[in-house]
Design a protein. Structure first.
Length: 201
C-alpha cells in the first residue's frame, strides 16, 4: 500500500500536469514540490517581480524634502561638532589647576586660533539652517549650548553679543537637543553618519 505522502505527490504532479496542459506553454508560474525538515511535502511557487508606482501625496513629499535637507546639514556639520567637542575637552583638561587668569586666557586663545585656522572659512560658508543644526550637534556632543560655552570661555558680554546676532538671523545660541522627541529624526541621521564614518559620540 502506498503511503499518503507518495499519493499526495502523485496527485499533486497529476494536477499540475493537467493545469499545465490547460494553461499552455505561455504560463509563467512554475510550481515545485518542497519538502520540509519534518518530511512534509508542500507546493512552492515563484511569482515574477512586480513594480508598483504611485504619486507621493503633499504630506509625504514635504516630509522627504525636510528629511533630505536635515540629512545634508548633518553630514556637513557633524565633523565640526566632533572637532568642537574634542577641543573643549582639551581646553578643560589643560585648565585643570590653572588659576592664573592670564594663563587661562592664553590657553583658550591658542585653541581658538587653532580652530579658526582649521574651520573658519568652512563654517562661515554655512547657511543659517546648517548653523542651527551645528549648534544642536554641539549641544549633543558637549552637553552645553553655544551660549554657555562662549560665556564660559569668552565672557558674558561676548555670549550676549553673539546671541543677539543669532537672534537677528532667526536662530539662537541656546539650542536644545532632545533625541527622544523633537530631535529624534536628527538623532537617527547622526547614528547613520557614525556607523558610516566610524565616528564616536
Amino acid at each position: 500500500m502506498k503511503s499518503p505522502c507518495i499519493l499526495l505527490i502523485l496527485l499533486f504532479v497529476g494536477v499540475q500536469t493537467i493545469q499545465a496542459q490547460k494553461l499552455g506553454v505561455n504560463d509563467t508560474i512554475k510550481v515545485y514540490g518542497y519538502i520540509t525538515a519534518e518530511g512534509d511535502t508542500i507546493p512552492s511557487g515563484y511569482l515574477p517581480s512586480l513594480s508598483v508606482y504611485t504619486k507621493v501625496n503633499p504630506k509625504w513629499k514635504k516630509y522627504w524634502v525636510e528629511w533630505t535637507r536635515l540629512r545634508n546639514a548633518v553630514y556637513v556639520t557633524y565633523p565640526y561638532a566632533i572637532a568642537a567637542s574634542r577641543t573643549i575637552n582639551e581646553i578643560n583638561a589643560r585648565l585643570v589647576n590653572v588659576s592664573d587668569e592670564s594663563q587661562r586666557k592664553a590657553i583658550i586663545h591658542s585653541k581658538e586660533k587653532e580652530l579658526r585656522q582649521q574651520f573658519a572659512n568652512k563654517i562661515t560658508n554655512l547657511s543659517v539652517y546648517q548653523g542651527k543644526v551645528l549648534m544642536k550637534l554641539i549641544r549633543r556632543q558637549t552637553g552645553d549650548n553655544c551660549y554657555e560655552i562662549i560665556k564660559e570661555y569668552k565672557g558674558g558680554f561676548n555670549a550676549g553679543f553673539w546671541q543677539s546676532v543669532a537672534f537677528i538671523f532667526g536662530s539662537s545660541l541656546k539650542q536644545t537637543y532632545d533625541p527622544m522627541n523633537d530631535d529624534r529624526l536628527m538623532e537617527s541621521i547622526v547614528k547613520d553618519v557614525e556607523k558610516m564614518y566610524g565616528y564616536r559620540s
